[in-house]
Design a protein around this ligand. Structure first.
Ligand code: AHR
Length: 512
């Protein structure tokens, strides 16, 4: 059996894991909102029309922050349409997805839903067709305590206390020609700067995300961030990055290596931001918000311009298999590995639209394969990321050259000393032995080890068989004399959890 070796040593930390690394995304698109999170009349709907079965799965999935309301949708959105009495809310054309938007779900519903789900909201303002005034209006509506027309409107709509939304996106994908209100980098950078300046006047506590590249293949990738940040560097906290992956030309080896592309994209944008900072003689460091990432099989999507005007309909409801879940796992490893620069990340989207959670209108909700790596990482990969450098077999890929077959990362909980190791085996045929040296962390015992894999990596979860793919106990695993050994099956996502056998020992070590 081939072997991949690495050392895990708490003396080599990358950075603390920001809990916001495990974010998600709810857009007014397809069935994400309507018949996804919100379906009045569904047997499981609560008084607000929120599906309780979906809320249960969201709590199990464990996102910490959820971005809303788009996505492309936000670039033509008028937030005022979505507040107040339902019967007065106008029906509008949604130019992004060629849909008629009922506005039955709006900012107040979303923020109430966040409370029910136990997640932090992350709200995007429309900088496509709108500007400074509408962004500050929405912020005032949400966050100002009382005594102004907009804050009192919120109160009369049922929310007495301010929503206190902290994280705001200054638009969405305005580098893309498909975006309503698409702009040049200079145009957008100026607008972002002026919007940020005014929003900070309304509420000094906000954290702001400038729009970065829509993906790393954009012709303006890097140059866009350079210009935009030149305009708004001192006024924003984060720059966004979006990246979706799929098996192009059925090249599964490159697809399984997608994490390499995400690593490179993150590092390129961090370097670009630092270069702008250096030019501006700024001591501030801009962090990344990877606020749309996932597997998305574009070949199943005809493109937004092929759509005709319609009400609610299915859009990009990808059905994920085991390979997709392993790629999602490797993208999570990449985000964690770059935890020193990535502060926020949102898997796009949460329900039905390229999503971990699927629903049938008037029917059940279930977990897709990609649900499991996210849920396990969100629950267990907390604390501090440790530097892990796997050495072992490589696979030659057409897109990224030679790539390590096994990729891995590790986190240690500084409070308890517990260690979590996340590892993917990207070989399509070979089991690979993972041999991790953990001698620098004495006193650990193996608490749990699971693998998500299948003899047939095209296996999916369906409404009829919702648990066809779930994490199973990893059989060939051992911990002895500071060596953690595990036989990782082909195309697999693996989670190994090690606990401090005697917590008192850890506390003594830790307190020194
Ligand atoms: O998540 C689907 C779409 O992908 C979003 O609306 C857009 O921002 C991105 O291009």
């Amino acid at each position: 059996m081939q072997v991949t070796r690495f050392s895990i040593d708490p003396g080599f930390p990358v950075a603390p894991v920001d809990p916001r690394l495990f974010g998600s995304f709810v857009e007014h698109m397809g069935r994400c909102v309507y018949t996804g999170v919100f379906e009045p009349g569904h047997p499981a709907a609560d008084a607000d029309g929120f599906r309780a079965d979906v809320l249960d799965l969201v709590r199990e999935l464990g996102p910490t922050i959820v971005r809303y309301p788009g996505g492309n949708f936000v670039s033509g959105y008028r937030w005022e349409d979505g507040v107040g009495p339902l019967e007065k809310r106008p029906r509008r054309l949604d130019l992004a997805w060629r849909t008629v938007e009922s506005n039955h779900f709006g900012i107040d519903e979303f923020l109430r839903w966040c409370g029910a789900a136990g997640v932090e909201p992350m709200v995007a303002v429309n900088l496509g067709t709108r500007g400074v005034a509408e962004a500050t209006d929405l912020l005032e509506y949400c966050n100002h305590p009382a005594g102004t027309a907009l804050s009192d409107l919120r109160r009369s709509n049922g929310t007495e206390k301010p929503h206190a939304v902290k994280v705001w996106c200054l638009g969405n994908e305005l580098d893309g020609p498909w975006q309503v209100g698409h702009k040049t980098a200079r145009e957008y950078g100026r607008l972002a700067a002026e919007t940020a300046r005014a929003m900070r006047m309304v509420d000094a506590n906000v954290e702001l995300v400038a729009v970065g590249s829509s993906n790393s293949s954009m012709p303006t990738f890097g140059a866009w961030e350079d210009t935009v940040l030149e305009e708004c560097y001192d006024l924003v906290d984060y720059v966004s990055l979006h990246n979706y992956y799929e098996p192009l030309d059925d090249d599964v080896d490159s697809f399984l290596a997608s994490g390499v592309d995400l690593d490179r994209a993150i590092q390129a944008i961090a370097a670009t931001a630092d270069a702008v900072g250096a030019r501006l003689r700024s001591s501030k460091q801009i962090k990344l918000s990877v606020d749309e990432w996932n597997v998305w099989h574009h070949r199943h999507f005809s493109g937004q311009h092929a759509l005709d005007w319609a009400g609610r309909r299915e859009l990009i409801e990808d059905r994920y298999d085991v390979t997709d879940a392993v790629v999602v796992g490797s993208l999570l490893i990449s985000l964690l590995r770059n935890a020193d620069r990535v502060a926020i990340a949102c898997q796009a989207q949460l329900v039905n639209v390229i999503a971990p959670v699927m629903t049938r209108p008037d029917g059940p909700a279930w977990r897709q394969t990609v649900f499991h790596p996210f849920a396990q990482a969100a629950r267990h990969a907390r604390g501090t990321v440790l530097r892990v450098e796997p050495r072992g077999p490589v696979v030659d890929t057409a897109r990224f050259g030679p790539v390590p077959v096994v990729d891995a990362t590790a986190t240690v909980d500084p409070e308890t000393g517990d260690l979590t190791v996340l590892a993917v085996n990207r070989s399509r045929t070979e089991t690979v032995q993972m041999d991790a040296d953990v001698r620098s962390m004495p006193g650990l015992r193996l608490a749990a080890a699971t693998t998500l894999t299948s003899d047939d990596p095209t296996t999916r979860n369906t409404e009829e068989q919702p648990d066809a793919v779930t994490p199973q106990p990893l059989r060939e695993v051992s911990l002895a004399e500071g060596r953690l050994l595990a036989a990782l099956p082909p195309v697999s996502w693996n989670v190994l959890r090690l606990r401090v056998a005697d917590p008192a020992t850890h506390h003594k070590e830790h307190d020194r």
